[in-house]
Design a binder for this molecule. Structure first.
Ligand SMILES: [Cu+2]
Length: 117
């Protein structure tokens, strides 16, 4: 049972890391998955393998409450984005986004991180 759960988690992580070939993939984020940071950087930066549309970005705390972001995605496609972050209280957060590929398909992505304070 434990093995199965691990396999599912691994598969889910791979699905995030390697989206379908026709789509852009995440090259780099300045906050690594499961990172623990003393404080939030001024911006969350994300670099994709090619130009993509960014439909929306959300930040939620460990209780699932939305943390307000002062950010509107650009209308034009781009290969990198910088999302200003507010100062964050210690706790666990999920930064999630949705990109729109050239073919119109939406691709979700997320980074989970903890602010240790
Ligand atoms: Cu597609």
């Amino acid at each position: 049972m434990k093995r199965l759960a691990m396999a599912i988690v691994t598969a889910a992580m791979m699905a995030v890391a390697t989206p379908a070939l026709a789509h852009t993939s995440v090259r780099e984020t300045n906050i690594a998955e499961n990172a623990t940071l003393v404080r939030a950087p001024a911006n969350f930066t994300i670099v994709f393998s090619g130009a993509t549309g960014l439909a929306n970005v959300t930040l939620t705390d460990s209780a699932g409450r939305a943390v307000a972001l002062n950010y509107t995605p650009p209308r034009a496609m781009a290969s990198s984005f910088a999302i200003p972050l507010p100062s964050l209280a210690p706790g666990a957060y999920t930064l999630a986004w949705r990109t729109i590929a050239h073919d119109g398909h939406a691709m979700p992505g997320a980074v989970h991180f903890t602010i240790s304070g």
